[in-house]
Design a protein around this ligand. Structure first.
Ligand code: CAO
Length: 556
């Protein structure tokens, strides 16, 4: 059995590149081309593969070591089949990995001089051709991500694109700060050294007239990270006016993962942006992708429902750096607000809402209520308008029972409730809560009013229990004490209807002979159109209006 040392191949002239992962252990059998370790410079992540199949002997590198070409990774005992073959070329002279140079070699002096001369002659702005640098001698390397677009202002070293060979993933950084123009590549393009990527319109570092006071290239220009092509890079005079200083921040960095992981994720259609990395420095490894897929497959509807704002692949609203426009104070959301935000988003996204509006004539109701409350004096339990709404809605639910139902989980049937619990939205300093009045069919107005008052007080004091908010069949959201007209309340899923009550106002109403002043209360009924038809909802609304207009009907 022959043994040889596996060494670090040529790293594009780079030394002291950190080892970020060791993928094998001593005694482990490996296939030819199986990755042994992962190196990472500030610009590229690269795997070093086994040149032959065999068994790993002594490992001489560990995570955190810095390695250069020729450093020994491990010994490899060749398996008999491969040992009889010709010695692996990498045993003596490691094959160049597909790793790109992590940082550029110094620019040739001639190129620097040429660039300096051209820059000195340049006017206020310059156009720079950005080309693919030396990528470890590889041709036709696929572009897997484009990180900028025409018109983007980029900082020096900001990644422009990501290339991926079968062994390495590498970002190509901007050689200088400037505005991207004429981006010539797209995802899937294959590139080789010298291919044009785009042009960069560079703002001059000093606006002084170049002809009279030529400026030397900035540090950014001379310390470009692009190797090779810099010698032939053209620095041309441009007609465009001088630009404002570049202030754009670097965009989000692409996911940090090696080529094998990227390839694996692509096969499964996993967007690595969504995967958290468990590897060194947050690197995403294959196991992370597997765990992500497993978790997604197991994710029941309930878990998806916990995602507060996102669902159903709806694209998120891009983050905005508001501090660019002025001072911003960050105020954490109260727990209740977070919970209700999640709940409302779910309901809004899942339920096809329709909102029906109408005015209910509550002239007689309000007269009765006022008389009753006056007679009670100071100490009695007042009848609130809300209590009348709860009572009238409960009666309407009996007449239109589909409003007192929920869709079954599979959507195949309606669960018709033979009880009536009605929730009402309560505005509290910490956000919206919906306590539930129980058994409304069995209660009179006084009890309902007392329950509402007690629950509203508990809500304001932050003392509602989970039980106080469970088991609702239908909800009422009353903004009547505040003002405003109709609105579109969101159905409190899994309920199928919600009544919005707005401030009643005196209106002239035609009674067939004359306009008479009537107290009209705007009502907004939102319903789940999967369960309720529009005609059914309109009948419910008319019936509710009749109940509120003539309380005697509540007795029927
Ligand atoms: N029209 C005209 N006036 C009305 C009215 C209406 N529809 N509803 C209430 N009022 C008047 C009444 O004069 C009432 O006082 P009196 O009953 O003593 O005469 C006064 O406004 C106070 O009403 P209120 O709404 O504060 O009290 P309530 O008992 O009727 O309601 C509660 C309690 C908990 C519903 C209410 O305090 C509340 O929180 N409302 C907001 C609900 C909410 O936020 N909904 C939106 C949810 S979706 O974002």
């Amino acid at each position: 059995m022959s043994t040889f040392e596996v060494k670090i191949p040529d790293l594009g002239g780079h030394d002291n590149v950190p080892v970020i992962e060791v993928l094998v252990s001593e005694g482990e059998a490996v296939e030819a081309e199986q990755p042994l370790i992962v190196l990472e410079s500030d610009k590229a992540t690269m795997e070093v593969p086994a040149p032959k199949a065999g068994t790993v002997g002594k490992l001489t590198v560990k995570v955190g070591d810095n390695v250069s070409a020729g450093s020994v990774i491990c010994t490899l005992e060749l398996t008999p089949a491969t040992a009889t073959e010709k010695p692996a070329p990498s045993a003596e002279k490691p094959a160049a990995p597909s790793a790109p140079p992590a940082a550029a070699p110094e620019k040739p002096a001639a190129a620097q001089a040429a660039a300096a001369t051209a820059a000195a002659a340049a006017a206020a702005t310059q156009t720079l051709d950005v080309r693919i640098p030396d990528i470890g001698g590889h041709d036709n390397v696929p572009v897997i991500e484009i990180l900028v677009a025409d018109g983007d202002v980029v900082a020096q070293d900001q990644p422009l694109l990501v290339m991926e060979s079968d062994k390495a993933t590498m970002e190509m950084p901007a050689p200088a700060a400037g505005t991207v123009q004429g981006f010539a590549l797209k995802v899937g393009s294959t590139v080789s050294q010298g291919d044009l990527v785009c042009q960069l319109i560079k703002a001059a570092s000093a606006p002084a007239p170049a002809a009279t006071a030529p400026t030397a290239p900035t540090a950014a220009e001379s310390a470009t990270t692009l190797p090779g092509p810099s010698a032939t890079r053209s620095v041309l005079e441009s007609d465009t006016a001088p630009q404002a200083p570049i202030t754009t921040a670097r965009p989000e960095t692409p996911p940090y993962a090696g080529p094998a992981t990227r390839q694996f994720a692509r096969k499964l259609g996993v967007d690595l942006v969504q995967v958290s990395g468990s590897g060194a420095r947050g690197r995403i490894v294959i196991e992370d992708v597997q765990a992500f897929v497993k978790q997604r497959l197991q994710q029941p509807a309930a878990a998806i429902a916990n995602a507060p704002m996102l669902g159903g692949g709806i694209p998120p609203i891009p983050a905005v750096d508001f501090s660019a426009f002025g001072t911003v104070d960050e105020k954490p959301l109260a727990r209740i607000r977070k919970l209700s935000a999640a709940h409302l988003s779910r309901a809004w996204l899942n339920i096809p809402h329709v909102t029906q509006t109408d005015d209910a004539d509550i002239t007689e109701l309000e007269a009765f209520r006022q008389d009753h409350n006056r007679a009670l004096g100071k100490d009695g339990n007042k009848l609130t308008l809300l209590a009348f709404m709860v009572k009238a809605v409960a009666s309407a639910l009996k007449a239109y029972p589909e409003f007192n139902s929920s869709l079954s989980a599979d959507g195949g049937s309606l669960l018709m409730k033979q009880y009536c619990n009605i929730g009402f939205a309560a505005d509290t300093p910490n956000g919206l809560v919906v306590p539930v009045v129980r058994d409304v069919w069995r209660k009179g107005l006084r009890d309902i009013a007392a329950d509402c008052a007690q629950l509203a007080q508990k809500a304001r004091d932050g003392k509602l229990s989970a039980d106080d908010m469970r088991g609702g069949c239908f909800s009422i959201s009353s903004l009547g004490g505040i003002g405003g007209g109709y609105f579109t309340p969101i159905v409190n899923a899994p309920e199928v209807g919600i009544l919005g009550v707005s401030k009643a106002v005196m209106k002239p109403v035609w009674d067939g002979q004359a306009f008479v002043p009537r107290l009209m209360c705007p009502l907004s009924l939102s319903y789940d159109h999967r369960v309720i038809d529009g005609a059914y909802a309109a009948r419910f609304m008319v019936h509710l209006g009749e109940l509120l207009a003539d309380l005697r009907r509540l007795l029927l």
